[in-house]
Design a binder for this molecule. Structure first.
Ligand code: ADP
Ligand code: MG
Length: 243
């Protein structure tokens, strides 16, 4: 399998606070990698560095063989290859569902309106929100909003989908519908990097689980290893607190 994202010696500090310390890991094409760890361990910062919402202090991010931190690299172009789903949905409240799922395609990818609508409807159908194409975000439940946010990201046809705790802001009864969509995407062969606290989900869908603590990757491996037979005491302690 080819390596899509290759993180090398990544470091990020905010002032004197070193939030990511020599982080190294890879995501291969078609792989589902989940990132777990306590609050404040640097998971969001790592995802935000990968899509350049934050600029790393040091290290390399190699995407399909190219160092995207290189000054010469077109960062805007790079970011179109990544789909991001946030905890708080971040939908445009002044646009309806279809508008949310077409605006990026039209403005950033320069697709025609017709093409953008066709593609948006394809992914709204995948997440089961096609019937709501004219709804406004405020008329939707949290679970529905998150499914629209996933469709919006997919409609850009990204190479990698990044999820930052997509179910953490949801009422418990809505978590399942979002996890189901993500499970379907994982089974369909999408390349995904997911920050989550849903351990059962992580065990089920992940090819690899990465455990982070205080800005360091403590261990990584197949889910049955990291989640069932962890090598490190810090991982065991985290799992004891989580379960
Ligand atoms: P996680 O997602 O694992 O909960 P974060 O990546 O959000 O962790 O945060 C890791 C650490 O970095 C925290 O101590 C947090 O306060 C700090 N941090 C995150 N973003 C910023 C920022 N923009 N400025 C200063 N400190 C930040
Ligand atoms: Mg976070």
């Amino acid at each position: 399998m080819s390596i899509v994202i290759d993180i090398r010696h990544l470091n990020k500090r905010f002032g004197n606070h070193e939030v990511l310390k020599d982080v190294n890991f890879q995501v291969k094409k078609g792989e589902v990698v989940t990132l777990i760890g306590s609050s404040g361990s640097g998971k969001s910062t790592l995802l935000r560095c990968i899509n350049l919402l934050e600029i790393p202090t040091a290290g390399e991010i190699i995407f399909n063989g190219q160092n995207i931190l290189d000054e010469k690299h077109d960062r805007k172009q790079y970011r179109t290859h990544l789909g991001m789903v946030f905890q708080q949905f971040n939908l445009f409240n002044n646009l309806d569902v279809l508008g949310n799922c077409t605006i990026g395609q039209i403005k950033v990818l320069k697709r025609s309106k017709e093409e953008a609508i066709k593609n948006a409807m394809k992914y709204l159908t995948v997440v089961g929100m096609d019937k709501f194409k004219h709804a406004r975000p405020r008329q939707l439940s949290g679970g529905q909003k998150q499914r629209v946010a996933i469709a919006r990201a997919l409609a850009m046809d990204p190479e990698v989908m990044l999820f930052d705790e997509p179910t953490s802001a949801l009422d418990p009864e809505m978590v399942g519908e979002v996890l189901k969509v993500m499970r379907d995407l994982a089974n369909a062969g999408n390349t995904m990097l997911i920050v989550t606290h849903e351990m059962e989900f992580a065990r089920e869908v992940s090819d690899r689980v990465v455990f982070m603590d205080k800005g360091v990757i403590v261990e990584e491996g197949p889910p049955e290893q990291v989640l069932v037979n962890p090598k490190h005491e810090r991982t065991r302690e985290f799992l004891r607190r989580t379960l």
